[in-house]
Design a binder for this molecule. Structure first.
Ligand code: ADP
Length: 450
């Protein structure tokens, strides 16, 4: 097992990884930018190294500085968390070239899944159903027209290197196709440095359902069930739950089997998430995330399995600590993402936290790096806390969540807690009756209302 792990991230996820390491008796090294001198992840880690100025490109994305920090402190391994360098295959390679272990999948698997066209092709090969669309990247407009006619409008243009919900365009009819392809290519080149795009069927009212996978280097592959992440704004997840209110045990077992078989055939290791759209009883693969997800705690709450710990074990060459028949999913869990944003307009609201009182009690977990007096810097993602609540069933979970949201005090800045408070009293949400479009109209209808 490792003696020392460098955590190449910040905020709540850096703390999350630190906690797993601490419980395993592993020392931790925090890295931070000058904007994060007083951050909690720096305070809790055994050692810390300042790796650059506030701008991410010069700090949390600065590969030479991060690898040097690992070498200087004598770390054995690097955990990238999510975001930043977590899906950068070149980073994983460089880490390995320096004799360090990357706590995650192989660079080849990161690269394969990072190219969404290639990922879809691979998934078809290993028997996973995908959204109907182009087989590869789009070459010309005639091909695009023909495919769009076959699958039927509306269609969605996606960037092969896209991510974070960016770079997608819905095309309603044939006359819009050419103009939107030109625009999509231009934007993809500007945002992702790659203008490859592809087309797929635009599903009208699907749910976003994703499968949590764990795989070791000894051929063991298990799944920990699904998460429902249909509540999204601008294609970004806002609230997640497990299990999905839409799946039954048979469907769960079916998609779990498909996912595990695929991952086994790919020879994948570590944690991974296979994302699907689910409509009319059918699953359609959209992408695979080759990293720890923001919403992993809902799965931990119903499975009792520490996903970060399993990632560390796998990276150290150990086997997973359980087999599929030992995975027992119990009860229900919901996660609310709390952002430093105005809850009505979603404009960022960085600043000093004047009061901080996280909720507690049975089944309540808060993953956050906040403390009273901390200044939320304006330079990074606005996620400041995740409230995760577990109950024996969905109803108990909802009652507990309502209670926990009432207790949660974050003073001095605006947060999205009021949005979650409204959401959890909404009949459609209470009934589990929502799809990926639902939240957008809920937000539009509630805009400006107290
Ligand atoms: P990203 O990597 O940018 O997050 P994804 O492929 O994971 O992109 O898609 C993000 C979200 O966009 C999905 O959760 C879903 O809400 C929506 N989406 C993606 N593909 C489709 C599709 N074919 N039809 C309808 N909505 C889609």
């Amino acid at each position: 097992m490792f003696d020392k792990v460098l955590i190449a991230n910040r905020g709540e996820i850096a703390l999350r990884i630190h906690r797993a390491c601490r419980e395993m008796g592993i020392h931790t090294v925090a890295i931070h930018s000058t904007a994060d001198n007083d951050a909690m992840h720096v305070r809790l880690a055994d050692e810390s190294v300042c790796i650059g100025p506030p701008r991410s490109a010069e700090s949390y994305l600065n590969i030479p500085a991060i690898v040097s920090a690992a070498m200087i402190t004598g770390a054995d391994a690097i955990h990238p968390g999510y975001g930043f360098l977590s899906e950068n295959a070149r980073f994983a390679e460089i880490v390995e070239e320096h004799g360090l272990t990357f706590i995650g999948p192989s660079p080849d698997h990161i690269r394969m899944m990072g190219d969404k066209v290639e990922a879809k092709r691979k998934m078809i090969e290993v028997g996973v159903p995908v959204v109907p669309g182009t087989d590869g990247a789009l070459d010309n407009i005639d091909e695009a027209r023909a495919i769009a006619e076959t699958i039927g409008y509306p269609v969605l243009i996606k960037a092969s290197s896209g991510g974070g919900g960016k770079g997608m365009k819905v095309v309603e009819s044939a006359d819009q196709l050419e103009g939107m392809i030109t625009a999509a290519k231009r934007e993809a080149r500007a945002n992702f440095g790659d203008d490859a795009i592809y087309l797929e069927k635009y599903l009208a009212h699907p749910r976003h359902i994703e499968l949590q996978i764990l795989a070791d280097t000894h051929g063991n592959v298990i799944h920990l069930g699904e998460r429902d992440c249909s509540l999204q704004r601008s294609h970004q997840k806002v609230l997640e739950e497990a299990p999905s209110p839409a799946l039954n045990a048979k469907e769960r077992a079916r998609i779990g089997q498909i996912g595990c078989d695929a991952v086994r055939k790919l020879g994948y290791r570590s944690a991974g998430t296979i994302e699907f759209l689910y409509e009319n009883g059918e699953f359609y693969f959209i992408e695979m995330n080759t990293r720890l997800q923001v919403e992993h705690p809902v799965t931990e709450m119903i499975s009792g399995i520490d996903i970060v710990r399993e990632m560390i074990r796998v990276a150290a060459g150990t086997t997973l600590s359980m087999t599929q028949d030992k995975v027992a999913l119990q009860g229900h869990a919901i996660e609310c993402r709390v952002n430093a944003e105005d809850p009505a307009t979603f404009t960022p609201s960085p600043g000093t936290i004047e009061e901080y009182h996280p909720p507690g009690g049975l089944g309540v977990r808060v993953d956050s790096a906040l403390y009273a007096g901390y200044r939320v810097p304006p330079n990074y993602d606005s996620l400041i806390a995740k409230l995760i609540v577990h109950g024996n069933n969905r109803n108990e979970c909802l009652m507990r969540l309502r209670r926990a949201l009432e207790e949660f005090v974050i003073g001095g800045i605006k947060t999205t807690i009021p949005l979650h408070q409204k959401l959890v009293s909404e009949p459609d949400f209470i009934n589990g009756d929502y799809d990926i479009r639902w939240l957008e109209s809920f937000v539009a209808n509630n805009a400006g209302k107290p």
